[in-house]
Design a protein around this ligand. Structure first.
Ligand SMILES: N[C@@H](CCC(=O)N[C@@H](CS)C(=O)NCC(=O)O)C(=O)O
Length: 297
């Protein structure tokens, strides 16, 4: 799929569907932020996206009202190029440990209830947060399944080893960022992984904050936070405080009440909603949507 910035991707009032707990969503939002493209994040997919790809995120709305899946396709359309295969592999390793997010189910749901929705229309915003529990149930099921795989729960030593190639790459660059004097695609994706771990504290966050061998990586986190000042989804500032660094906005009390009401309904209707989640998940996997370039017309 080839898109050209001039003709196809919006340059303002961009709408992204996704939740900022997702590293792939974070990568897209960071990429837009660094290009000074203004955007709004909707926390539940529009109907045609939901029908096609369920709650798979991120998706970005194009000028003709079609939706583009895949963070790499989106970032490429904004001029970022693509990750090398080895970098992508190293990134996947840096994400390992994220399955610990469901160590506490209550915490998992509560922190998702805090995620802000930026739809302009307050009624649609409320609808989005009331539907969001479907998405949370979906990821709760997906991560609980993932936890059955031993490699998904690495030891602290393994977590450190997964970070080390990045620490070494930074030591070798001689520049503040992996991609030079300004953040590039590798910085964006790795910083997105840091946001994943910071959005819901998990062992990879403890290792990043405390391991004596990861000092260069921590210095880079500070540099990234400075480079991304004003970014609205910066969970890491809680662990790496900087001047001007602000934590993400939270949903309003009313929206949270809507979320919990939606959650109660979804759980009451579990005999319907759980099979529905499984059906949607099966569809995403069968159709290879997690990796396939797709434009939803
Ligand atoms: N290759 C995709 C990966 C997107 C992805 O895996 N998103 C997760 C959220 S972190 C998701 O929505 N998963 C849905 C599923 O597993 O069915 C991208 O880069 O955008």
């Amino acid at each position: 799929m080839k898109l050209t910035v001039e003709t196809e991707v919006p340059q303002k009032d961009v709408v992204v569907y996704g939740g900022d707990h997702s590293p792939w969503v974070q990568a897209v939002l960071l990429g837009l932020h660094l290009k000074h493209v203004s955007y709004r994040v909707h926390s539940f997919p529009p109907r045609k996206v939901f029908r096609f790809s369920g709650v798979l995120m991120p998706a970005l709305r194009l000028n003709d009202d079609s939706w583009l899946l895949q963070s790499q396709d989106i970032l490429e359309a904004y001029g970022y190029g693509r990750l090398e295969r080895d970098d992508f592999r190293a990134l996947l390793k840096a994400l390992v440990g994220g399955a610990h997010r469901v160590d506490s189910t209550i915490r998992f749901w509560r922190l998702w209830s805090w995620v802000a929705d930026e739809h302009r229309n307050p009624f649609v915003r409320l609808r989005n947060v009331m539907f969001r529990p479907f998405l949370v149930l979906y990821f709760n099921v997906a991560l609980t399944r993932l936890k059955q795989v031993p490699q998904a729960l690495p030891s602290l030593i393994q977590i450190r080893e997964n970070y080390l190639p990045w620490q070494q790459a930074l030591e070798e660059t001689g520049t503040p960022f992996l991609d030079g004097d300004k953040p590039g695609l590798r910085d964006i994706y790795l910083f997105a992984a840091v946001q994943l771990h910071a959005s819901m504290p998990v062992p990879p966050m403890d290792v990043l904050c405390t391991d004596p061998e990861l000092d260069r990586l921590r210095a880079w986190v500070y540099e990234m936070q400075k480079a991304c000042v004003g970014y609205r989804h910066m969970y890491s500032v809680k662990y790496f405080p900087v001047d001007g660094g602000v934590q993400p906005d939270r949903s309003s009390l009313c929206e949270r009440a809507g979320f919990w009401l939606g959650s109660a309904l979804i759980l009451l209707l579990a005999p319907i909603t759980v099979p529905w989640v499984r059906k949607k998940m099966g569809m995403v996997r069968r159709n290879g949507l997690i990796v396939r370039s797709v434009r939803i017309e």
